[in-house]
Design a protein around this ligand. Structure first.
Ligand code: G6P
Ligand code: MG
Length: 216
C-alpha cells in the first residue's frame, strides 16, 4: 500500500554536516569558544537559532539579540559559500537508488528538514523532482524532537503517521519520528541512534527487500 517516506536532509541526503560545522567553528573561534568536532553531534537536526545558543552556552557567552542576529547572518553566509560548487556528486551513496525505487513503487516521498536552505540544496544536487512534498525550516515552529515537521509532511501526503517511515541521522530526529508514532530509520552509528526502530550505516546498506517489507 502507499506509505509516506520522509527524508531528513543534512546528513541523510547530503553530507552538509561538515559545512555546518565549519561555519559554526568560524563563529566560535571568533568568540574564543572551544567548539570541537564531538560537540557537533549536539547540533545535528537543531535549528540555526538554537545551534547558536548551544555554542554560546559552551563558552558561557552572553550576547544581545542584535549580536546574535549578526552571527546568524554571518554563519549562513559562510555556510552558503561552501555550497556554491555543490552538485550531484554530493548526494550520499545509495540515496538515489532508494529514491528511484520508491518513485517506481509510487510511494509518497517527502522532505522533513529543519533547514531553511533545503530547496536550493535539493535543486543543486538534482534530486528535487523526487519529492512530492517539502517541509523545511520555513514551515515549522517547533523544532525536532517535536514531530511537527514529520506530521506536516505525512499530512500533506495524505498518509497516516503510522504508515510513515522517517530516515534520520540525528538523535532529535529519531525521537521526533518515535513521538509521532512513525517508523524511525537511523542512518549512522548504532551507539548514537539506538532509539531508532532500524539502523543502517548508510543507504547502501538498505536493500530493496527492506523497502518492500515496509510497503507491504
Ligand atoms: C539541519 C542540520 C542543522 C542545521 C539546521 C538548520 O537540522 O542538521 O545542523 O543547523 O538544519 O539549517 P539551516 O540551513 O537553516 O541553517
Ligand atoms: Mg540531519
Amino acid at each position: 500500500s502507499k506509505k509516506a517516506f520522509i527524508f531528513d536532509l543534512d546528513g541523510v541526503i547530503v553530507d552538509t554536516a561538515k559545512y555546518h560545522f565549519l561555519a559554526w567553528q568560524k563563529i566560535a573561534k571568533s568568540l574564543n569558544i572551544n567548539f570541537a568536532h564531538e560537540d557537533n553531534e549536539l547540533l545535528k537536526g537543531v535549528s540555526r537559532v538554537r545551534s547558536l545558543d548551544i555554542i554560546l552556552g559552551l563558552g558561557n557567552v552572553q550576547a544581545t539579540q542584535e549580536q546574535k542576529d549578526q552571527w546568524l547572518i554571518q554563519k549562513n553566509e559562510d555556510y552558503l559559500s561552501y555550497l556554491v560548487d555543490m552538485d550531484e556528486s554530493e548526494v550520499l551513496p545509495g540515496v538515489l537508488k532508494i529514491l528511484k525505487l520508491l518513485k517506481d513503487k509510487n510511494q509518497g516521498i517527502a522532505l522533513g528538514s529543519a533547514s531553511k536552505n533545503a530547496r536550493p540544496i535539493l535543486e543543486k544536487t538534482g534530486v528535487l523532482s523526487y519529492f512530492n512534498v517539502i517541509v523545511d525550516g520555513n514551515d515549522v515552529t517547533n523544532a525536532k524532537p517535536d514531530p511537527e515537521v514529520f506530521l506536516k509532511a505525512a499530512q500533506l501526503l495524505n498518509i497516516d503517521p503510522k504508515d510513515s517511515i522517517v530516515f534520520e541521522d540525528s538523535v532529535a530526529g529519531i525521537q521526533a519520528a518515535n513521538i509521532g508514532e512513525m517508523v524511525s530509520v537511523g542512518i549512522g552509528e548504532e551507539t548514537i541512534l539506538h532509539e531508532a526502530d532500524y539502523i543502517f550505516k548508510d543507504f547502501t546498506q538498505i536493500t530493496a527487500d527492506f523497502i518492500e517489507k515496509l510497503i507491504n
